[in-house]
Design a protein around this ligand. Structure first.
Ligand SMILES: [Zn+2]
Length: 251
């Protein structure tokens, strides 16, 4: 892992690579359990593991990844981008995903290629935060939707994309547009994802067939997959090893 700042740094409390709405480092009061990815842990808790079940990645639970963070890795994108009036074909923008989810993106892409012959590409992965503050957000909702209450149904203040753990698909008939949702659900790719995405840790957002998310533990999110299983688990492992050695000696 790269060192970002010198001196003391507790990743559970503040990290210069992630910040809140106002650019301050996240101050986390409730650290997540520092071991195994949540989607693996969820199999033990029976939270829809092995099925097409939502497990949303929220900015409120993680935080936002900053643009310059080395926790973002490039992933294959389609040519063009989603503009205000829909798809704008042009260049090849850079899409990035949190490194804690990239292996599972690549593994799933390989499986899709093998099963369907489709190269998995996205329109966007990580996105920067869109609003300067709540006031600007609410002013926009009033202008566009008539009221804040109504607007909130269509446009959230925080997007899961800001965590780096979500992407929108742009191939196989999947596309980030609500106009063709029914048609998108019938594509081979979507049917494959419904059946298989969970095997790679990818979870749906059922309202948008093109949008997929990958929950990880807070430790992996804040420090990257190299953060490993976390101190607690290693500690338990060492303790049991010591007990076992002690038993051997006694025996
Ligand atoms: Zn999305």
């Amino acid at each position: 892992m790269t060192t970002y700042i010198t001196g003391y740094r507790d990743p559970f409390w503040s990290d210069p690579r992630v910040s809140d709405t106002f650019g301050r480092p996240i101050q986390r009061l409730k650290p997540r359990p520092p071991f195994v990815r949540t989607w693996q842990a969820s199999s033990l808790r029976g939270e829809g593991f092995g099925s097409y079940a939502e497990k949303r990645v929220r900015v409120g639970d993680y935080g936002r990844v900053q643009r310059t963070s080395d926790l973002l890795t490039k992933i294959p994108t389609v040519k063009g981008f989603v503009g205000k009036k829909g798809w704008v074909p042009c260049c090849r923008p850079t899409a990035k995903l949190h490194t804690g989810a990239v292996d599972d993106f690549r593994n799933m892409a390989a499986a899709i290629k093998k099963d369907l012959g489709i190269d998995l590409k996205v329109t966007t992965g990580w996105r920067p935060h869109r609003w300067r503050d709540r006031a600007q957000y609410e002013a926009y909702l009033k202008k566009r939707f008539g009221s804040v209450k109504k607007g909130k149904k269509y446009l959230a203040f925080n997007s899961p994309h800001e965590t780096g753990l979500a992407f929108d698909i742009g191939v196989g008939g999947l596309w980030p547009t609500s106009k063709t949702i029914a048609k998108q659900r019938k594509t081979k790719l979507h049917k494959w994802l419904v059946k298989n995405a969970w095997r790679f840790g990818w979870r749906p957002y059922k309202a948008e067939p093109w949008h997929w998310e990958h929950p990880v533990t807070y430790n992996v999110w804040a420090n990257g997959p190299g953060a490993g299983p976390g101190g607690a688990l290693v500690g338990v492992g060492l303790a049991s090893l010591a007990a076992w050695l002690l038993l051997l000696r006694k025996g």
